[in-house]
Design a binder for this molecule. Structure first.
Ligand code: FES
Length: 371
């Protein structure tokens, strides 16, 4: 994963514990940093990496939303110490949680807390880019990584319903940006705030955005069969609750797109490769940027940890099965993926795995990061 020093063009405080950071991209890096709505940037500092979602609409300068998390060294530095003009090591955009802007259609977005960050980018891009006759921005790639063929105009105005759960009004990230969007697109954006620790005028909008509330709210405010795509982003509990409710409502799984922001469950304990050198190993071949490298990886060690010693350029960020940065395709052999909060079923069916969560399960394994 190549990192580039980008200058901070601006920092906006969103609420007490969150900021938005806009980066200046020099002309020679503009194509590398073109992003699709819903994608993320990885930031590196002192050997630590974190992935943050882009909140800007496609075609704008990259801007990430960062909320300070307890004990989070990088988020604390960004929220409290980073200043305009500073240089930050940033890797180009990644992620497949991104809509096909050329298709328009009806979209329902369900977000909680900082899960609003990619959802804001998706909502703004859909509303902005799907004005009748508008074309997707230069360099924009759709969900499957393909640019719509030349001359394909956007079909019509996309319609967006956004359910957004927070504790209180003063913890709402991007409150102003959302209100601006609503002002600009009053007929095509339905914005529903749900607050868990603050009374609202209706009981329906007070409380956690959990399965029971979604069971009541969604059929009341949305024509479920008419929705083309559902975008879920937030903590594990909210995303799984929403997935369950959409299943109950008969929504086909292929229309539901999910991005997790954090997982309460602890990751499986890491295993140090050195601890297992005397045990059985698998020959793992990694392909990245066209270069093949074969390394022995001890049983019980993840593909990423085992191969990183020889290939320090392998991409990763969270090492927790959440961000999807370490995704690669198994082209030979067998692996066991311990957990997966990032890949969709279609990707798993196509042979993609999270290398930070996958253990070798055959004597030879080949994984391709270039696919
Ligand atoms: S590094 Fe984040 S899922 Fe593997």
């Amino acid at each position: 994963m190549p990192f580039h020093p980008l200058r901070v063009a601006g920092i906006d405080r969103l609420c007490a514990d969150a900021v938005a950071v806009t980066f200046e991209v020099p002309p020679e890096l503009s194509s590398a940093f073109r992003f699709g709505p819903g994608q993320s940037l990885t930031v590196r500092r002192d050997g630590e990496r974190r992935t943050y979602s882009i909140c800007a609409p496609a075609g704008a300068a990259p801007r990430i939303g960062v909320r300070e998390v307890p004990g989070g060294v990088i988020s604390r530095w960004i929220v409290h110490d980073l200043r305009p003009g500073d240089l930050v090591d940033v890797a180009p955009p990644t992620g497949t949680f991104t809509p096909d802007l050329a298709a328009g259609g009806r979209h329902v977005l369900i977000a909680a807390g900082s899960g609003i960050t990619p959802v804001l980018s998706i909502a703004a891009s859909l509303l902005e880019r799907s004005r009748a006759g508008a074309s997707p921005p230069a360099g924009w790639l759709g969900r499957a990584g393909r640019r719509p063929s030349a001359g394909v105009a956007v079909l019509g105005g996309a319609e967006v319903t956004l359910f957004y759960g927070n504790r209180r009004a003063d913890t709402v990230m991007f409150a102003e940006e959302l209100a601006d969007l609503k002002d600009r697109y009053p007929d095509r954006l339905e914005l529903v705030h749900v607050l868990s620790r603050e009374a609202r005028e209706s009981e329906l909008f007070s409380g956690r955005l959990d399965a029971q509330r979604l069971r009541e709210l969604v059929p009341l405010l949305v024509d479920v069969p008419a929705v083309d795509h559902w975008w879920l982003c937030g903590p594990f509990g909210m995303v799984t609750d929403a997935t369950t409710v959409l299943g109950e409502l008969g929504v086909p799984a292929g229309r539901v797109h999910r991005e997790l922001f954090w997982v309460d469950e602890a990751p499986p304990p890491p295993v140090r490769p050195e601890a297992l050198v005397d045990g059985p190993t698998s020959d793992v071949t990694v392909v990245l940027d066209g270069r093949r490298t074969t390394v022995p990886v001890p049983d019980g060690v993840t593909l990423l940890d085992g191969a990183q010693k020889s290939r320090p350029d392998l991409p990763f960020a969270c090492k927790g099965g959440v961000c999807g940065t370490c995704r690669a395709r198994v082209t030979d052999g067998e692996v066991t993926m311990r957990r997966n909060f990032a890949l969709e079923q279609a990707e798993v069916d196509a042979g993609f795995v999270l290398t930070c969560q996958s253990l070798p399960a055959s004597p030879k394994v080949v994984i391709d990061f270039d696919q």
